[in-house]
Structure formats: C-alpha cells, structure tokens
Ligand binder design. Structure first.
Ligand SMILES: [Zn+2]
Length: 508
C-alpha cells in the first residue's frame, strides 16, 4: 500500500486587533492525533498480515514517546457488526461490542463519535451499558436519545457521574512554556440507521452552529465525522474555519482538499491509520498540519496489554466457533482481487462476493434456474483481500441460515425481483442475483436466463429460508409459497450458508 504523505500549511487569518507584530513571541505548541475509523475487528485480518488493534496500541505508544501531546480518536462504527458481537456472554447478554470496548480501552483510545453501526444495537440500554464501559469519551453534535417520547442527550457514566454526551470535546494541549492550545473536536454522524430511540438533527446546520459557538472557545476546531465523503466535502466547503475533517464510513483511505481544508479517512479495520501532526503558534495563530497514512501490518509489534485483551476474546470466538464446527484461523482461499461486501456497494449493486455466494449455492444445490440472496445477510461491511479465513466467512454471515428451494409462478418471481432490485435498492432487502437479470432488459422486461419471464410458468428458485419465510422487507408475499429444505447438500455440505461458502471457496 502506498504511503501517502500530505504536507499542508494553513494560515488561520484571524489576526487580532492589535496585530501580530506587537504580540510577545511564544513558542509553538505541537500535538498529534492518531485517527481510526470503521473498526469491526480487534485482531489482524488477511491471515494476520493487516490490521490489529494491539499493533495500533504500539503506534500510539510510539507517538506518545515522540510527543506526549498525543491523543487517539475514532470516527465511528465499532460496536457492530462482527461475528463475535452476535455471540452471547455466559449471563445470556449479547457480546454486542464489549470485545471492542475492552480492546479500545486497553489501546488508549481517547475520543469517539457515533457511526451508523453503533445504532445496530437495538436495545438503547445495551448501547448505554457499552458506553458506560468505555474509558474513552463519546462526542456527537447531531444525535438525541428518545426515551419515553422525550428527546434528551445521550449520557455516559464517567467515573460514577452521569454526563451528557457533548456535541464537542475541548482538549487542551500545553506547550514547553505552559502555553495552552484548545483543540475542539466536533462529532457528527449521518442519519442512516433509523432506530426509534435515536433522533437526528440536521448534519450541516448543527455542525455549523457548533463551529460558530466554538470560534471564541477554541483555538483549533476539528471535525470527527461519520459521513459519506460527499457530505464531508460539502461541510468542509461551508466551514473554512475547520482545517481538518477526520472522517469515516467510506472504508477506503482517502485524503481530499477543499480549498485549505483536509478531509482524511483511513481504511476500515485499522488496515491503516492516519497520523496528524500539528504545530500551532498561539501568538500568530499560524498552524501547520502534516498528515501521514500509516499501514498497520505485521512489521509492527503487538502491544502486550492490548494483545492480552484481544487474545482473551479471540479465545472466546475460537471456542464458540469450534463448538459450531469451525476452525476460525483456517485459510480457505486467497482473494487476488478484493471481494466486495461494503454495505454502501452491496446493498445497491451486484458484487463479486455476492456472485461467489450464489455460485456456492448453485454448486451445493444445483438444478434451479434462479439463485438469490438478500444483501443484508452479508454483514461484513468490508472487502476481503489476500488470505480469506473461516472467520472472514463467519463475519460475513454472522447469522448463518439455510437455503431452500421454491417453485414460484413467473408473476411472483417478477414481483420479487422488481421489489428487491428497485424498491429495496440501498437496503438489506436488495438481492444479489444469479440466473435472472438484475435489471429489466431493453424492452423493460424482467428476464431469466436471458428470456422474458412468463407470468404463468413455474420457476425453480433457491434462496435463504429467511427470505422464503417472507421476513425480508416488502417481500412478505413470498411467505405464502411452500419450499423444500434439503438437509444434506452436494458433497455432504451442511445446509448453512457459511458451510456452503466455505466449501466453495476451498475449490479455488
Ligand atoms: Zn458507517
């Protein structure tokens, strides 16, 4: 991966009334921010080569030795999804991000904003519990908790004191002569995950209001944003006072300029981190920012305390998975091109990982004309590259499930395709499709094997039982059709989508 270095000189043209020339000389204050975003896995991926939060902990310690003025921030998406998060503790409570909270605590994370996946936790009380277990602070300017019909700030219990989640954090750094620099970090999240307990305030309006409010309270104002990049760029254009947006949600590293503002995102799962080194002069209010994208790989040692936590949870995962018949470390294939399962892509496009999954279904249960899977059952929200392990498959399909064979009248199949591929586009109910067209042909007709669907004819369709039972959004009408559930599939493969995909990957 190329190491991208950016060097920016940013002049904050905020000259005080008396003019800079008459101010006493003050030395620079230097500080460093380590940025992570979209982290679902605590241990390294790609067969151990890439990512791993114990390695990130080592990087943070190195940065602290270089400059004690170092903090680590996370731009959202970490409590979900993951395979481990779907497992239960001995007391019956869902693990639901506890593994991540404990690891980030050990790693020394300082601040986080919410991502859409934090609100995957359907139970607001469980989210609150995970927040209270966090030793880092949450900040978000545009979310409110809806409790008993009343909108109120989310709260986090910090050292026994119940505190509202603030719209921004002001972190004070000291220079060599005790001079202070107040750095504000404003959190914001896109209104993607609609939960009854979350109220979203408008992103741009709220963010701009906070920036105006901070102009007197802070020396440097930074964004910690969980937005799609276009929204980051638009926000950056309207708030030139903010020199840096530390963003998430996109999962691929990027660095953009908007005039003099920087929008930076690292790769998901800590395959890279951004390191932002600031030099600020309190007298002149001149700031210099150098941002470096650093790959996290097997060249970096594990930090022992964090590694202990990671190993504890990996032990839980491998033990539970072994009981289910899986060896999580087993490499099942090597992906020479990225297998695409990023949510924003796979919920509105046909992808190679979707096609691979359907080819696997066809191999295990041949003889049908159409193979379907709802993209929402593929919850990896990432791409797989290099060595693909059993754990990678488990985290793709954390809920598993049977595939079944249905006979559907052409008219119903057409209605299912149109509903899924048009109405459900962008949602988990969007199908990956094999054997049928993913869009109508030039004459506007839906097709199977290249021919228009005949509404009276019966078609043989293989799909997840969850969908066949009518449980997918807008597809409840499928629930009235019967299906068969083969127990043993070709080659003796167990009828579970995870086993089906693992068996198929091994044939490469
Ligand atoms: Zn996200």
């Amino acid at each position: 991966m190329p190491n991208r270095n950016f060097l920016w000189l940013i002049a904050l043209l905020l000259l005080s009334a008396c003019g800079t020339a008459r101010l006493p000389h003050l030395e620079n204050v230097q500080f460093t921010i380590l940025q992570l975003n979209d982290v679902y896995e605590i241990a390294p991926l790609e067969g151990g080569k890439s990512g791993g939060l114990a390695r990130v902990a080592t990087v943070k310690q190195e940065l602290l030795r270089e400059n004690p003025n170092t903090i680590a921030v996370l731009a959202g998406d970490f409590l979900s999804p993951s395979f481990i998060g779907t497992l239960k503790l001995d007391n019956g409570e869902s693990i639901a991000g506890l593994q991540m909270v404990e690891t980030l605590n050990a790693m020394g994370l300082d601040y986080a904003t919410f991502g859409n996946h934090e609100f995957d936790l359907k139970d607001a009380a469980l989210l609150k519990k995970r927040m209270d277990q966090s030793r880092f602070l949450y900040t978000c300017s545009n979310t409110l908790l809806v409790k008993d019909g009343v909108e109120q700030p989310f709260t986090q219990n910090i050292n026994g004191v119940e505190q509202p989640v603030p719209p921004y954090i002001i972190h004070e750094f000291s220079g060599p002569r005790g001079q202070k620099t107040r750095v504000a970090i404003v959190g914001v999240v896109l209104p993607f995950n609609q939960q009854p307990y979350v109220k979203y305030l408008p992103v741009e309006e709220t963010f701009r209001k906070m920036v105006r409010e901070l102009e007197d309270k802070a020396d440097v104002i930074l964004g910690l944003t969980h937005l799609a990049v276009d929204e980051d760029l638009a926000l950056a254009a309207t708030t030139p006072q903010v020199p840096l947006f530390m963003g998430g949600h996109d999962h691929h590293h990027m660095g953009h300029y908007v005039e003099q503002t920087v929008v930076a995102k690292a790769d998901a799962n800590a395959k890279t981190v951004y390191i932002h080194r600031f030099t600020y002069n309190p007298a002149t209010r001149m700031m210099r920012l150098r941002s470096t994208l650093k790959p996290i790989n097997d060249q970096i040692a594990d930090e022992p305390t964090t590694l202990e936590v990671v190993n504890k949870w990996e032990g839980v995962v491998s033990e539970r998975a072994a009981k289910m018949g899986y060896d999580i470390k087993e490499v099942v294939m090597t992906a020479t091109e990225p297998l695409e399962c990023t949510e924003t892509v796979i919920r509105s496009n046909q992808t190679n990982y979707g096609q691979l999954t359907l080819e696997a279904s066809r191999t295990a249960l041949p003889g049908s004309e159409v193979y379907l899977i709802n993209s929402g059952s593929m919850r990896l929200d990432d791409r797989l590259m290099g060595d693909v392990t059993v754990l990678d498959v488990l985290r793709t399909f954390p809920y598993g499930g049977n595939i079944v064979r249905m006979q559907l009248p052409g008219a119903v199949l057409e209605q299912a395709l149109r509903t899924s591929l048009v109405t459900n586009r962008g949602e988990g109910g969007y199908f990956q499709v094999l054997g049928a067209g993913a869009e109508p042909d030039a004459q506007g007709r839906w097709t199977v094997q290249g021919r228009p669907i005949e509404s009276q004819r019966m078609y043989s369709v293989v799909l997840p039982q969850f969908v066949a039972d009518g449980k997918e959004a807008n597809l409840s009408f499928l629930g009235q059709y019967s299906y068969e559930t083969p127990q043993a599939l070709k080659g003796g493969v167990r009828n579970d989508i995870r086993d089906i995909v693992i068996a198929y990957m091994k044939t490469f």
